[in-house]
Write a protein that binds this ligand. Structure first.
Ligand code: MN
Length: 241
């Protein structure tokens, strides 16, 4: 019976790590089928160049998504900083639904805020400025109008540059800002938040306006990944075989 909700993020799928792609395909074909809903909170792909990129592994992932949604599991996707060019065409081809940067979902009676997590890393001003620039429709349209080979080349350069940038940043700067978490949870009126991006899996308990609140951080894939499973009774994490 499909009566569970699963959450994953930060798979960073690329042709460089075929074992992650294989594990994910198996996950879509087996475990995910038992679920009523699967939420992917961004950075599914390590670099997503546009819906016209049909090379492997994109092609295999698309057909696996299609088979899963056809089986009755609802799949929802939020953009990460690596795959924000994933668009409507991908959604149509696969039957998944694209969500906004922040969404409040009903998780068995409890309003729960979900997001990729990068917007909460407000201490990283350099990143936030760059994010604002590349998320405009104009920037995206101009990027997508370039030939695929050029986008591929640019992605390689970007990965190199982002590696260099990270070396100069402290780990605190690249984590979420505690105040941003509080104000965002208050703004959306929730006591529960689920996000990824920081690759620091944990369940944090915090107090906001005398209320006990929870922040769930999903792990990246590539070293003993887990899926966060919710049902009527509560949550547990489960290893992905
Ligand atoms: Mn990310």
């Amino acid at each position: 019976m499909k009566n569970e909700t699963l959450f994953i993020s930060d798979l960073h799928i690329s042709s460089a790590q075929p074992e992650i792609t294989q594990r994910f395909l198996r996950f879509l074909q087996s475990r995910a089928r038992d679920a009523e809903r699967l939420y992917i909170l961004g950075d599914l792909f390590d670099a997503y160049l546009g819906d016209d990129d049909n090379l492997s592994p994109n092609r295999e992932i698309k057909s696996a998504f299609r088979r899963l949604t056809d089986s009755g599991t609802k799949v929802y996707f939020q953009h990460g900083n690596r795959d924000f060019l994933l668009g409507e065409r991908f959604a149509c081809e696969t039957g998944i639904s694209l969500l906004g940067d922040y969404e409040v979902i009903d998780l068995y009676g409890v309003p729960t805020l979900i997001t990729h997590g990068d917007l909460l890393c407000t201490d990283d001003l350099q990143y936030q400025r760059a994010r604002e620039r590349v998320r405009t429709e104009t920037w995206k349209q101009s990027a997508l109008s370039k030939p695929l080979w050029l986008r591929r080349l640019y992605a390689r350069w970007y990965r190199f540059k982002s590696g260099l940038d990270k070396r100069g940043k402290s780990t605190e700067i690249m984590d979420v800002n505690a105040e941003a978490v509080r104000t965002t949870m208050t703004r959306y009126g929730v006591e529960r938040l689920i996000h990824g991006h920081t690759h620091r899996p944990a369940v944090h308990e915090l107090e906001i306006e005398n209320k006990r609140c929870w922040r769930f951080v999903l792990p990246e894939w590539g070293n003993g990944e887990t899926v966060l499973c919710w049902n009527q009774e509560g949550f547990h994490t489960e290893a992905i075989e």
